[in-house]
Each structure stands twice: as C-alpha cells, then as structure tokens.
Design a protein around this ligand. Sequence first.
Ligand SMILES: Cc1cc2nc3c(=O)[nH]c(=O)nc-3n(C[C@H](O)[C@H](O)[C@H](O)COP(=O)(O)O)c2cc1C
Length: 208
Amino acid sequence: MSKILLVTSSPRGEASYSTRVAKELAGNLQAKAPGATIVHRDLAADPLPHIGSQFATAVKAPADRLTEKQAKLLAGSDAATNELLAADAVVIAAGLINFAIPSTLKSWFDHVARAHKTFRYTAEGPEGLAKGKKVYVVIASTGIYTNGSPAAPLDNARPYLKTILAFMGMTDVDFVNIEGVGLGLEPDEEILQRALGAANGVELSTAA
Ligand SMILES: Cc1cc2nc3c(=O)[nH]c(=O)nc-3n(C[C@H](O)[C@H](O)[C@H](O)COP(=O)(O)O)c2cc1C
C-alpha cells in the first residue's frame, strides 16, 4: 500500500495556492493507487519549533541522558522523520516568502535531516538514507523564476529544496510551478487552473 506524505507550509490558510494544488496532487496520486493513504503534516497549523541548543544537544546525547525537554524535542523530530521515512511519495507545498521557502518548512527540514536516520557520512562522502521516494514540490510565487527568467538567481527555494532532498537521498523530484500570481500579467485563476491540470496529470511512479 502506498503512503503519501503531504507537507503544506503556506501561512495564507485557505487562500493558499500551493496548498490547494498540492492537495489536488496528493488526492490524484491516491486515486490512482487503490488503498493509498495520505498523511497531512500542516506546518502552518502545527509548526515544529525552531531548533536551538537543546535540540542540538539532544540529537547527539544518549537516550538515558536526555532531559525531559530534550526528550520531548527529540520525540517531535523522530515523529516527523519516521513519517518521512515511511512515505513512498512526498508532496511538498511552499509559497515563496522573501525569496526562500517558508520558515516553517525550513524548520521541518531541520527536524528531519537526522544523522543515521535520513543521512550518514561515509568514507566516500554523505549518503542519503531516505531513498526510493518520489517527491513532488508545488511552489507558488508572485515572481517568475523558471523557464529562463532573468530573475532565476533570486530563487533560493528550488536550489535549496533540490540540495536538501538529494542530501537525504531523494533525487527524483518534480516541480509544479504556480508563478506570477498577483502579478497582473495573467489572471490568477488561469495560472491556478494550469497548475491544477499539471497536478492531475502526474502519475504515481516508483522513484528511480
Ligand atoms: C510575506 C510574503 C513574502 C513574499 N515574498 C515573495 C518573494 O520573495 N517572491 C515572490 O515571488 N513572491 C513573494 N510573495 C508572494 C507569494 O509567494 C505568493 O502570494 C504565493 O501565492 C504564496 O504561496 P501560497 O499561495 O501557497 O500562500 C510573498 C508573499 C508574502 C505574504
């Protein structure tokens, strides 16, 4: 049975384009795989805390040495990490915020990028351990950064997402772009419908 992890992060609630399209995409994957389940991690509703010294200590400390606070922090990170490791497909939704991903999504990555769980260092260099997953990233933005746009260097979201996902072993990543919303060059509804069409066109494939 396929497990689909849907990670949404827009701070714009019901108005979010990335959340709407990512939900459509996850629903489409589920419809094509009988028995597939969706686990939704809504980072806007339930953000993981920014990591701090307690977390940094906790990830390296023996379990029996953890303070209550450290154990709680680690439990949250373990839950998010196990959710990711259990998924066959991951759908990540992000709106561009100040030329980067939302801080809630960055915090999620800080909690799931865990040594010996999702990556490890070997004599040959780092090795991602969260392998065999297909990843779909839905990104909404007012600016247009793809298709040879001169604004491409301002986009820190896509390069970062590719880097951190690959670091954890997820190299089969497809992007669904919702660009130019609120820009006035094209009605938002048309941009949205095109993205929903793309979301409905994706197939549930096994990652390469
Ligand atoms: C605080 C804030 C910062 C934003 N910064 C950018 C930006 O740097 N570049 C951009 O293209 N769009 C920016 N936007 C526009 C959002 O990317 C756009 O509204 C997008 O639809 C947000 O995704 P969502 O619809 O899933 O919430 C910003 C929006 C907000 C609210």
